[in-house]
Write a protein that binds this ligand. Structure first.
Ligand SMILES: *Cc1c(COP(=O)(O)O)cnc(C)c1O
Length: 367
């Protein structure tokens, strides 16, 4: 079914394993795999076992459901839940041996009470805020929690924090968060510590501590990528089958809103996937000059006309011979057109484009 699929996300598991090895080689710390949002859209079902086979034995899922899936796919692994909600998740976390990254002191107490009632010791990660101000306990909240009667029973598997600006090596907040984390860590001798995401790994060993938590770099995007040498290998390629190829005349327009009028005879290829499949509608914005490009019949071709829910139109006039409907495919991103290129044009990040690839898109895996 995947070969015949109109839209296909091809995921190279060998490149994924290679990226895991590259990150392992860049640090003396343990390397976890962050697999939230279905492994950044690439499909946890194949990606988790591939990472486990590459030596990864610690995973971070976003929410309970993703963590349960990881538990089934990698039964021996340590599985953390980044954004748990203890009031609804506590029993399931315990039953599946999942470790919540607790960011709220009241939730930490609630989890300890559930564990106490179940006759278990609460195994937890503590997420502390060192300056991102998105998620995590403040130093004051942490100090108060340490006074709680249940505190001595906590089995702290990890002390963690998250960097706000790890993708900007020169940003002063990195150093400030590092110092704050080092200071908080002094109260937790012997507890494993973790600060770095992908960007943090490439900030250098001072940021690594005991465990690093890369996500996007595993999937092939280096957050410090500047168009130069690649430290990681792209993993995902989105290709779409062409449904129609047609010549239109000078003065004709393409697509909804007739936003594009062609000045000469033009060959239009229509791809059988659209914004419902995760091809950003913004790629067809007529105000983008020059228009964003896809790869078709061995060359770059511009997106022309608005992207619709199921369909995308390309100007393939330059393709000689023109692509063949049904048998030819166009690459939206992948080896020829990098995810980073679209992200830059659309003022977003590769993370968003990758995780938005829709669930109609078949995932196919290269071993
Ligand atoms: C998403 C996330 C990561 C991974 O970030 P990347 O930039 O994809 O490497 C690590 N830690 C936390 C807390 C996260 O939310």
């Amino acid at each position: 079914m995947s070969e015949a699929a109109n839209a296909r996300l091809q995921v190279d598991l060998q490149a994924l394993a290679g990226n895991y090895a590259t990150l392992s080689g860049a640090t003396g710390a343990s390397v976890a795999g962050v697999v939230k949002a279905d492994a950044y859209g690439t499909g946890a079902e194949a990606v988790v076992p591939a990472l486990a086979a590459a030596g990864c034995d610690v995973f971070f899922a976003g929410f309970l459901n993703g963590a349960r899936q990881v538990r089934l796919l990698a039964p021996a692994a340590t599985v953390f839940v980044l954004n748990p909600v203890i009031r609804t998740d506590a029993t399931e976390l315990l039953a599946n041996g999942l470790i919540p990254c607790l960011y709220d002191p009241a939730e930490a107490v609630a989890f300890a009470e559930t564990c106490e009632a179940a006759g278990q010791r609460p195994r937890i990660a503590l997420h502390v805020d060192t300056g991102m101000h998105r998620l995590g306990m403040s130093a004051t909240e942490l100090a108060a929690l340490r006074q709680h009667r249940l505190w001595p029973g906590f089995d702290i598997a990890l002390l963690m924090s998250h960097l706000a600006c790890a993708d900007e090596p020169g940003h002063p907040l990195n150093e400030r968060q590092l110092r704050e984390f080092e200071s908080l860590r002094r109260d937790f001798p012997g507890v494993p510590a973790s600060l770095a995401n992908s960007g943090g790994v490439f900030l250098g060993s001072r940021y690594h501590f005991d465990l690093v938590r890369p996500g996007i770099a595993l999937y092939g995007h280096d957050p410090h990528y500047d168009g130069g040498r690649d430290r990681v290998t792209p993993v995902a390629e989105l290709t779409v089958r062409i449904g129609q190829v047609a010549w239109i005349s000078a003065g004709d327009s393409i697509g909804y809103g007739a936003t594009v009028t062609v000045e000469r005879e033009t060959c239009v290829a229509t791809l059988l996937a659209g914004y419902a499949d995760g091809i950003p509608r913004a790629l067809g914005d007529a105000a983008l000059e020059p228009p964003p490009e896809c790869w078709c019949a061995g060359r770059r071709v511009p997106v022309r006309g608005r992207i619709s829910m199921d369909l995308t139109t390309l100007d393939v006039t330059a393709c000689v011979p023109p692509p063949a409907p049904f048998s030819d495919r166009a690459e939206v991103f992948g080896r020829h057109i990098r995810l980073e290129e679209h992200a830059r044009r659309l003022n977003t990040i590769p993370y968003e484009l990758l995780t938005q690839v829709g669930n109609r898109v078949a995932r196919a895996y290269r071993q």
